[in-house]
Design a protein around this ligand. Structure first.
Ligand code: PXG
Length: 288
C-alpha cells in the first residue's frame, strides 16, 4: 500500500505523522471519505469543494490548490493499482506545540489513503439494518458546526458504541431539540405515503454528497422529496427508511428501536433508489 503524505508516497509501515500534529492532539483537522468505482472517482469535485468549505470554516490553510489535491487523490489511487475502493483524505492542522493555538502550526499536513471499505455485509443491502436511537446528541451548531467534516468524531463514535450496545447496527442521532439529525456516519431518509423526507441540514446533519444524489434520483423518478424536521414518531410510522453515505452507500433500515419500519422489509422505493444509485456510480465520475 502506498500512502500520500505531503507530496511523498510511503509504504504503510512508514506512513507516519508527528505526535505533535494537532490533528492528533486536538482533533484539529478535516477529512473526506470518497469512493471510486470502475476506474472513476465518484463526485470528486464535490468532495474537494466540501473539504475547502470545512477548511474555510475552521480557518485552515490547506496549502494546496483544489487541482493539486485532486491530482494527489488520483495519483494515490493509481499507485495502488485500484479501480474500485475508498479514499480517506485527511488534512490536519500540522505539527505545533503542546498548546491549542493553531497559529503555532506553520503548515497543514495532507494525507491520502486509498484502500477498500465495506461497512456492512452485502446481505444488509437486501435485508436492511437495525437502528437504535442514541442518547448522544449531535453537537449544537453553536458548539462545533455539524456541517464541518472535522476530525472530532468522538461524539459519533460514542453514539455508535451505544447503538452496538443496544444490539443495533447503526445509531439514530437527534439534535439538542430532539429532532432527528442523521445517523453516526450517514444521512437518513423516510418514505411515507409515497413522499420521501429527510431532515434539513440545519437539523444537525452533514450536507452529504450521497444525500445530494438522492435529490437527483427523486427528481428523475418524479417522486417528491422534501426536507422536513422529523421526530422519532415520523421514523416509527414511516413506510420505508434508508440511509445514505459514501461508505454505507444507500442501505435500507428496517427496524428502529425494536419497531418494524413498514412491514420490516426494505420497501420498493428504497430498492429502486439503491438500483439507480448503483447505475450512477458505475457510469459517472472523474477518470482515474
Ligand atoms: N453524516 C455523517 C456524520 C458523516 O460522517 C455522512 C453523513 C454521509 O455523507 P456523504 O457525503 O459521505 O454522503 C457522513 C460521511 C464510517 C464513516 O466509517 C462514514 C462517514 C465518514 C467517515 C466514516 O461509517 N460518512
Amino acid at each position: 500500500m502506498k500512502i500520500y503524505i505531503d507530496g511523498e508516497f510511503y509504504e504503510k509501515a512508514d506512513a507516519k505523522i508527528s505526535v505533535f500534529d494537532h490533528g492528533l492532539l486536538y482533533g484539529d483537522g478535516i477529512f473526506e471519505g470518497i469512493r471510486f468505482y470502475n476506474g472513476r472517482v465518484f463526485r470528486l469535485d464535490e468532495h474537494i469543494h466540501r473539504l475547502f468549505l470545512s477548511a474555510k470554516a475552521i480557518l485552515l490553510d490547506i496549502g494546496m490548490t483544489a487541482e493539486a489535491i485532486i491530482e494527489a487523490v488520483l495519483e494515490t489511487i493509481r499507485r495502488n493499482g485500484l479501480t474500485d475502493g475508498y479514499v480517506r483524505l485527511v488534512v490536519t492542522r500540522g505539527e505545533g506545540s503542546l498548546g491549542l493555538n493553531p497559529y503555532l502550526c506553520p503548515k497543514a499536513s495532507v494525507i491520502v489513503i486509498a484502500s477498500t471499505i465495506q461497512l456492512y455485509a452485502e446481505e444488509k443491502y437486501t435485508n436492511g439494518l437495525i437502528l437504535a436511537t442514541c442518547s448522544t446528541r449531535r453537537p449544537a451548531p453553536a458548539a462545533l458546526s455539524p456541517a464541518v467534516k472535522s476530525l472530532n468524531y468522538l461524539n459519533n463514535v460514542m453514539a455508535k458504541v451505544e447503538a452496538i450496545a443496544a444490539g443495533a447496527e447503526e445509531g439514530l442521532m437527534l439534535n439538542e431539540q430532539g429532532y432527528v439529525a442523521e445517523c453516526t456516519g450517514d444521512n437518513i431518509f423516510l418514505v411515507t405515503k409515497g413522499v420521501i423526507s429527510t431532515p434539513p441540514v440545519s437539523a444537525g446533519s452533514l450536507d452529504g454528497i450521497t444525500r445530494e444524489v438522492m435529490f437527483e434520483i427523486a427528481a428523475e423518478f418524479g417522486i417528491p422529496l422534501v426536507e422536513q424536521d422529523m421526530t422519532r414518531y415520523e421514523v416509527y410510522t414511516a413506510d420505508e427508511c434508508f440511509l445514505t453515505g459514501t461508505a454505507a452507500e444507500v442501505i435500507p433500515a428496517v427496524v428502529v428501536d425494536r419497531r418494524n419500519i413498514g412491514d420490516g422489509k426494505p420497501g420498493p422505493i428504497t430498492l429502486r433508489f439503491i438500483e439507480r444509485f448503483r447505475e450512477i456510480v458505475a457510469t459517472t465520475g472523474t477518470p482515474i
